[in-house]
Design a protein around this ligand. Structure first.
Ligand SMILES: [Zn+2]
Length: 65
């Protein structure tokens, strides 16, 4: 398989998106780092099942305290 400049750039960008989607955040209710993205703008805590809507790639936890 040939690697082109264009292909490398796309793969790098996809990798960044993937990382931001799988990153876990601190849950504002149980304080465990179990908050993960379920869908665009939907976050769920795997510890206490808290569900919340927020920005697609970032959780503004500080505003919920
Ligand atoms: Zn929780």
């Amino acid at each position: 398989m040939r690697t082109t400049k264009y292909g490398v750039g796309v793969r790098k960008r996809l990798d960044e998106v993937y990382k931001s989607e799988t990153k876990r955040y601190k849950c504002p209710r149980c304080k465990k780092v179990s908050l993960s993205r379920q869908a665009s703008g939907i976050w769920e805590c795997s510890a206490c099942r808290l569900r919340m809507a927020d920005y697609a790639y970032k959780v503004s936890v500080s505003s919920l305290s």
